[in-house]
Design a binder for this molecule. Sequence first.
Ligand code: CA
Length: 229
Amino acid sequence: MTAMSKVLVVEDDAAIRRLLRAALQRGGHQVAEAATAREGLSLLDIEKPDVVLLDLGLPDRDGLELIQPIRARSQATLLVVSARESTEEKVTALDLGADDYVTKPFDTDELLARIRTALRHRLAGRVEAGRVEIGDVAIDLEHRRVMRGTEEIHLSPKEYGVLAELAARPDRVISHGQLLKAVWGPAQADRVDYLRIVVRNIRQKLEADPARPRLIINEPGVGYRLGRG
Ligand code: CA
């Protein structure tokens, strides 16, 4: 089902485009390529990609400025692929609406795995909206219930809030600030300490081994993502 998904690569470096094209085709994807921001936006409308790989250092515009226009015009999964390593840049990209952030130089197998995961979540999200399963944990967003195996797990409102935010967008890294704003409110947006405590509690209740979490994964300095189980 995901075999012929289309990936739009927006990248000005021809050598990296070639590398990405080869890897993506090997992974069974169709590929469209743009070398500038302007070309990227026009191909977005023409090609209707399932996934966009977006470089930030583009000749005509900063890639960060493209995230919101892409989000506004397309349902595509948006992965930033950039040499910029600052966590601030990652947080900005995620807060603007990117789904994930991959740092150059990247491992092509890891990149393909992230694309597969994102597409699978997108597909699963369409098939069964409101229910997310990771390993033996099932999150029912409609009825606000969390099951581990056959046992219902009772979470505090904050614990449930954080888990639900992550589960609502299972293919994304959600920044600390986004989670805090959504669950605690804008005034507490920098209380990462509150968030850490709540995540630790969720792990105690839901992870088989809380010291090696598979359900809620850290993106150090950036935020959290839902694991693959
Ligand atoms: Ca570049």
